[in-house]
Design a protein around this ligand. Structure first.
Ligand code: HEM
Length: 233
């Protein structure tokens, strides 16, 4: 299904278009339907920074309900591996989405969903008790109400530390310090080894999970002397 940008009812969290470039969909959700009931997965999608942060800060109303519940049907192959290992998983009561051939790990991934203990109201929308909520961490970093000109990656921007990529509150990532250290070290090592570096593929294949996306690989090469001396290169 084509990815709708203006009508959040067309959201498909597993569409290739969404994985490749989620920003138009995240923008449409934040602007038109900040708390949106997604018919495909049954999840309530929460996309505005202030709502996501408020939910993360409220463990009484928002319970982590993510550990073993799959959002999409789990493939036979994965079920066989789990069964051989003596594990069982909870399947969704009425699966609405099936993408044969999609990544087994992504299909089974259900992180960052939360269950509402008591009916609550967010951005003017009533969410019923027992609803499963997906806090769209990826959308919060590009919320213009919090970050000016948010879509370009600017690690040194004002207020950059307010991002929610490592979660917030009691579930704050325990590895955040290590992850920051590793990222800084990788960047330092690469820029020391290849001071004048340029991307080989500016549009690399992406790994898309529900809350994260990441390039599968980032190929770079050293710039030629010609490229380096060219103004604006
Ligand atoms: C860029 C890299 C990373 C990102 C963006 C990230 C992000 C997150 C997020 C969003 C959560 C909250 C999950 C939830 O509430 O369900 C989390 C939890 C966690 N992360 Fe990370 N993480 C990263 C790297 C790491 C590393 C390197 C480690 C360990 C060495 C780690 C260990 C953990 C642990 C143990 C938790 C569970 C914390 C809890 O619920 O009490 N993470 N991470």
């Amino acid at each position: 299904m084509p990815q709708s940008t203006g009508d959040p009812a067309g959201v498909d969290l597993f569409a290739d278009e969404y994985v490749a470039d989620p920003d138009p969909v995240l923008r449409a959700l934040r602007e038109n339907a900040p708390v949106h009931h997604d018919e495909r997965t049954g999840l309530w999608l929460v996309s505005r920074y202030t709502d996501v942060r408020a939910a993360l800060a409220d463990p009484v109303v928002f319970h982590p309900g993510n550990a073993l519940t799959a959002i999409t049907p789990i493939s036979g192959e994965v079920m066989r591996v789990l069964a051989r290992a003596g594990k069982s998983v909870t399947l969704p009561p009425s699966p609405t989405t099936s993408r044969p051939g999609s990544c087994a790990v992504c299909s089974a991934s259900a992180r960052w969903t939360w269950v509402i203990s008591t009916a609550t109201r967010m951005s003017g929308v009533d969410i019923p008790a027992g609803a499963q909520v997906l806090l769209m961490l990826a959308g919060t970093g590009s919320d213009p109400e919090v970050f000016a000109d948010p879509e370009p990656l600017c690690p040194g921007r004002k207020g950059a530390r307010r991002h929610l990529a490592f979660d917030y509150g009691r579930h704050l990532c325990l590895g955040a310090g290590l992850a920051r250290l590793e990222a800084a070290e990788v960047l330092r090592a690469v820029t020391t080894a290849i001071p004048e570096v340029t991307l080989v593929d500016p549009d690399p294949p992406m790994l898309g999970l529900l809350s994260f996306r990441a390039p599968v690989e980032v190929l770079v090469r050293a710039r030629t002397a010609d490229e380096t001396s060219r103004p604006g290169a």
